[in-house]
Design a protein around this ligand. Structure first.
Ligand SMILES: Cc1cc2nc3c(=O)[nH]c(=O)nc-3n(C[C@H](O)[C@H](O)[C@H](O)COP(=O)(O)OP(=O)(O)OC[C@H]3O[C@@H](n4cnc5c(N)ncnc54)[C@H](O)[C@@H]3O)c2cc1C
Length: 285
C-alpha cells in the first residue's frame, strides 16, 4: 500500500493528482479483504486496470485506489482460457494467436487489462469482447464472489451490464480453432492500421468520444475545425481528431475544457450530441 501516490503514473494520459492510498493486491482474497474493510468504514474504493480509458481529477482521489495489474494468473485449455482481471489484453491476444486460437485478433493493440476490457466491452475492427466471453467472475459490493455465465450478461457498444456490479476478478473466454500464421498475420495487419491512423507518440487514452450511430466522432470533430486546437497542455491530435494528446503537462481540467467546448460546438454545428467514451474519476460531491 502506498500513501499519497501520484495517479498520473497509473494512466496512459499521464494525468491525475494523488490517491490517498494505492494498493496492488497480489491475490483475489486480498482484494476481497480491502473491499470488506472499505465498505465497513465507508472509505471510497476505486478500481484501476492499466488506466488506458481514464481521466483522473487534478485534485486526486480520496480513499483507496486498487490496481489490478498484479492479479495476472492464467490457465490455458484446449480452446479456451481463464485469466485474472489484471492480465494484459494485448498479451492475452498475442498468446492466444501463438496457440492457434482465433477470436482476439481485434485486441492486439488495445492497451488495457482483461478486467477493463470486459467491463468496457472493448472492441475494434468490427469485433468486441462479448463475442468470446463464456463467464465472468465478479466480487460483488456485498463481498460475495459469483461467476456469472454469458447468458446472464448484457453487452452493447462499449457497455456491459457488469458496470457497478462490483470488481471483475477474472473471465473465461472461448476461442475458435484457427491457423496460427493466419491469426498472427491478421493481428499484425490490425496493428499496422492502428499505427497509421493513431497518434501514439504523446500520452493519450485512445478515442475520447463514442462514435455516434452511423457516423464517426473523429470525422465530426475534424469537420468542426478542432484538429490541432489546444487548451493548456492538451491538444486535439492533428492525425486523428478523436484523440486528445497530453502535449505538455496537461491537467485534467484542460482535457475536460476541450471535451466540453467540442461537445457544444459539434452539437451547435451538426445537431449531434457526442458522448465521452473515456471515464472521468473525481472525488464525489
Ligand atoms: C492508444 C489507445 C488505443 C485504444 N484503443 C481502443 C480500442 O481499439 N478499443 C477499445 O475498446 N478501447 C480502446 N482503448 C481504451 C482502453 O484501452 C480500453 O477501454 C480498455 O479496455 C481499458 O482497460 P484498462 O485496464 O486500461 O481500464 P482502466 O482505464 O484502468 O479502467 C476503465 C474502467 O474500467 C474499470 N475497471 C478496470 N478494471 C476493472 C475491474 N477488474 N473490475 C471492475 N472495473 C474495472 C475502471 O474502474 C474504470 O471505470 C484504447 C486506449 C488507448 C490508450
Amino acid at each position: 500500500m502506498e500513501r499519497n501516490y501520484p495517479l498520473h503514473r497509473l494512466t496512459t494520459w499521464k494525468i491525475g493528482g494523488p490517491a490517498e492510498y494505492v494498493y496492488w493486491p497480489a491475490h483475489t482474497d486480498e482484494l476481497e479483504e480491502v473491499l470488506r474493510s472499505t465498505r465497513a468504514e465507508g472509505i471510497p474504493l476505486w478500481v484501476i486496470g492499466r488506466g488506458s480509458n481514464l481521466l483522473i481529477a487534478d485534485e486526486g482521489l480520496p480513499g483507496i485506489a486498487v490496481v489490478t495489474t498484479s492479479l495476472d494468473g492464467i490457465e490455458w485449455r484446449e480452446c479456451s482460457v481463464r485469466a485474472q482481471a489484471g492480465y494484459t489484453l494485448a498479451r492475452l491476444a498475442q498468446e492466444s494467436g501463438d496457440r492457434g486460437m482465433s477470436g482476439l485478433e481485434f485486441a492486439r493493440g488495445i492497451p488495457g487489462t482483461l478486467g477493463g476490457a470486459v467491463i468496457m466491452n472493448a472492441g475494434a475492427h468490427g469485433a468486441d469482447m462479448s463475442g468470446l466471453i463464456l463467464a465472468v467472475t465478479v466480487l460483488r459490493p456485498d463481498g460475495t464472489v459469483v461467476t456469472v455465465p454469458r447468458a446472464d450478461l448484457e453487452f452493447g457498444y462499449r457497455h456491459s451490464s457488469l458496470r457497478s456490479q462490483g470488481v471483475v476478478l477474472g473471465a473465461e473466454l472461448l476461442f475458435s480453432p484457427g491457423e496460427r500464421v493466419h491469426i498472427l498475420k491478421q493481428m499484425q495487419e490490425n496493428l499496422s492500421k492502428r499505427k497509421a491512423a493513431q497518434p501514439l507518440e504523446y500520452p493519450n487514452a485512445g478515442s475520447v468520444f463514442r462514435n455516434p450511430p452511423g457516423d464517426s466522432a473523429g470525422r465530426l470533430i475534424e469537420a468542426a475545425g478542432w484538429k490541432g486546437k489546444s487548451v493548456g497542455g492538451a491538444e486535439v491530435s492533428g492525425k486523428h481528431a478523436n484523440f486528445i494528446l497530453n502535449r505538455d503537462q496537461a491537467k485534467a481540467v484542460d482535457v475536460l475544457t476541450l471535451i466540453e467546448i467540442i461537445r457544444h460546438d459539434v452539437l451547435n454545428k451538426y445537431g449531434v450530441e457526442l458522448v465521452p467514451e473515456i471515464e472521468y474519476l473525481a472525488p464525489r460531491g
